[in-house]
Design a protein around this ligand. Sequence first.
Ligand code: FAD
Ligand code: DLZ
Ligand code: SF4
Length: 517
Amino acid sequence: MLVATRHLILVLGDQLSPKLSSLEGADPRLDRVLMCEVAAEATYVKHHKKKIVLLFAAMRHFAEELRAAGWQVDYTHLDDTTNTGSLGAEVTRAVARLKPQRVIITEPGEWRLHADMASWSTKLDLPVEVRADTRFICAIDEFRTWARDRKQLRMEYFYRDMRRKTGLLMDGDKPAGGKWNFDHDNRKPVAAHLFMPQPARFVPDTITQAALTLVQDRFADHFGDAEPFWFAVRRTDAERAFDHFVETALPHFGDYQDAMLDGERFLYHSVVSAYLNCGLLDPLAMCRKVEAAYRERRVPLNAAEGYIRQVIGWREFVRGIYWLKMPDYEHANVLGAERPLPDFYWTAETDMTCVRAAVTQTRTDAYAHHIQRLMVTGNFALLAGISPHALHRWYLTVYADAYEWVELPNTLGMSQFADGGLLASKPYAASGAYINRMSDYCDGCRYDVKARTGPDACPFNPLYWDFISRHAPALRANPRMGNMVRVYEKFDAAEKQRIAATAAAFLASLTTTGEWS
Ligand code: FAD
Ligand code: DLZ
Ligand code: SF4
């Protein structure tokens, strides 16, 4: 017997979890799930090919998972002849076909879609219920309340509240080991002879092969390599990838969190953000596994604490900031940086070994670890005065884990200081000395990391001092930057002149065709 559809439940490409709030209380016999591959979502920035393959393959597998659990799923493929190309129009088409009494959605992760959905109820002449995304530990309203009466929003205090809320690494009401944060044990530079774990890799099945062919065909002009494709696209595989990380790399995660090595793209990082952000992994379940590994003495406390802080601290904190400050946040630019993005962010054609390595692996893997994003590509943009908005579009385009709720605060706030210190207490600006200390990139670089001026000087050096000079009035008052302003001011006039000339000559050599944006 044909049963009329009661509720239409739209599940987005980054909501691939059976515990999704929009599915709560639903009845598989009466309600119908809608999932749609649409050109608008694949092209609002020209996402890296690997990201689109990941999402389409994971969406197709998730539809199968739901069907196997008894759900009725209507699935629009990108190349269906009737595909209208946008989520709004696909919902309209499904409503006309199925005549549901109500549309139910878990809130989307990006402002632009949230704003669009606000008009759907009127357009459809139907109730549209947007539910909170309960995959996060801190609800958007809860963060708003937390932020309301604070002069400064600092991740560390938010993180402690999340530890108390979840009970993670708590011994009663005290933090495990007597301290909240073990960062002083971390940040060791890495040595090439250490054992290098590798992330778990998966062979594409026929569903993933079909997504690969589709993306190669339809999005050939997008940045990045679709193949080799080794990401997990099913929940069970993503969980295996995480378990593999806990076993092989987590014990050293804390020690080498900030290290970089030429030729080693993953080091001791978990490489799971793309799975986590599209719903294949659950953040709390991951952190419980990490705590169990610590309690069973399989990993040291500095590693477990450091990892859990990234997930329940930074990840939740940046999401809170995003929803607190959007839509104005997107255009924040307190340092007035307007330089266009140089071509090498797309082509990797630069003599700077550190930048070339970060962009090259970004192109092949749609992945770079945090310190590459923050202290190489981000740091360069900050020092060179590149437009934060142009840079934001780049980060959103090139990484498989990129969604605006997490990418934008990291780019504008943490990396570019474009929000004036809302998210980070000081600009993450560093000269070549930092990169030299934390990596082996400089050994094989054509630039001299010790030189401050002249044509062979590592570009990070003159750009660093030029940055300090340009922003001296604002930086002098910053307790963590004031010292560097005073060091700069002690340089004699000739040295200041050489710094300015070297920085200007280097910046003048950069080209921007805008071909990719
Ligand atoms: P690990 O180093 O193993 O860390 C574990 C997990 O902690 C990550 O998977 C991630 O979920 C979380 N995490 C760690 N740091 C952060 C952080 N600063 N903010 C939010 N979550 C964090 N992360 C994204 O998920 N999507 C993005 O689009 C994104 N854009 C970024 C842009 C810039 C400029 C910077 C500086 C950072 C960005 N990050 C982003 C944060 C971080 O770099 C990535 O989460 C991390 O590199 C993912 O790799 P991993 O899974 O190996 O992480
Ligand atoms: C990123 C993405 C891509 C590439 N394609 C789709 C899609 O075809 N259908 C879909 O529902 N979602 C897709 N997504 C994820 C959305 O862009 C994401 O849900 C919003 O950006 C909100 O986070
Ligand atoms: Fe990067 Fe400078 Fe080192 Fe070259 S010398 S790898 S440009 S930090």
